[in-house]
Design a protein around this ligand. Structure first.
Ligand code: SF4
Length: 275
């Protein structure tokens, strides 16, 4: 195992320990779009599964959304070759999105909402206790900036989220991994990548601009991405203006989804050693 793989496994193990992403007996639905991040996620979770001090299972799920030119056999052949349990779900959300969104608008928001709904349903069918998504550190940074600039909110992507109806738990085990590491890893492992432009949608313009902004600032100060990410774990409520948050803290009544008798976290750190 080389340093890159070790670093990525360590990052997933740390995120899991910090946010209870992987727990004994979990059945984890891994959402695999066929992009570099979801491929890396599936691979890394299996490496962790092999080393973890407790059992959990994985099932890879790909949603074939009916995009023209979608290479239908690419992922099933890969999953079979690698011995992954998997399910391909065929749902033509492409036609729905095309009919509802004007040509000059981006489809991503509706498309991803529909896909999330499908994953929620399939997770229940498969008896999955968690749905793992491939969002990484840079996605979290860009989402933070998008919310600051365009939504008037200080928030990013939760590493662990219980769905509104309480039936699903979404986790993001790559939240500490950088996009650059994941891209290098995908290249190294030669994952069979499904092109992400099949839908004909342009990458979301605002998100692209956030990425460019961070890249530009990083040229002046290479610590910018790390500082932005660190800020997400270094919140000073007393220096913000959210009266609800201040009231909640004053009452020391921070709500969590943690059941009173929740099992203690089993640490997953120190699983691998670099050669
Ligand atoms: S890029 Fe295409 S497939 Fe991906 S979320 Fe946007 S519309 Fe959907």
């Amino acid at each position: 195992m080389d340093r890159l793989e070790k670093r990525l496994i360590d990052s997933v193990a740390r995120a899991s320990a910090d946010f209870r992403l992987l727990e004994p007996g979990d059945r984890v639905l891994v959402a695999v779009s066929g992009g570099k991040d979801s491929h890396a996620l599936l691979y890394l979770l299996r490496e962790i599964q092999r080393r973890a001090p407790f059992p959990f299972s994985l099932v890879a799920v790909n949603v074939d959304q009916g995009h023209p030119g979608f290479p239908k056999r690419l992922l099933p052949e890969y999953f079979e070759r690698e011995g992954y349990e998997y399910r391909i779900v065929e749902e033509d959300t492409y036609s729905v999105v095309k009919s509802k969104i004007p040509e000059n608008k981006t489809y991503c928001s509706l498309c991803s909402r529909l896909r999330r709904g499908i994953l929620y349903t399939v997770a229940v069918e498969l008896g999955a206790t968690k749905i793992a998504l491939g969002h990484h550190r840079d996605d979290a940074i860009e989402t933070l900036l998008l919310n600051l600039f365009y939504a008037g909110q200080i928030k990013s992507m939760p590493p662990r989220l219980v769905s509104d109806d309480g039936r699903n738990v979404v986790v993001r085990p790559l939240i500490y991994a950088s996009e650059a590491d994941l891209a290098a890893f995908a290249e190294q492992k030669r994952f069979p990548i499904v092109p992400c432009d099949l839908c004909g949608s342009q990458e979301h313009l605002h998100r692209k601009r956030m990425k460019q902004l961070v890249a530009e600032l990083s040229r002046e100060n290479p610590h910018v991405p790390n500082n932005l990410f660190a800020a997400l774990g270094n919140v000073r409520p007393s220096h913000l203006l959210d009266t609800r948050l201040r009231a909640a803290l004053a009452d020391a009544a921070v709500a969590t989804d943690e059941p009173a008798d929740a099992a203690p976290v089993v640490p997953l750190t120190g699983l691998v050693r670099a050669r």
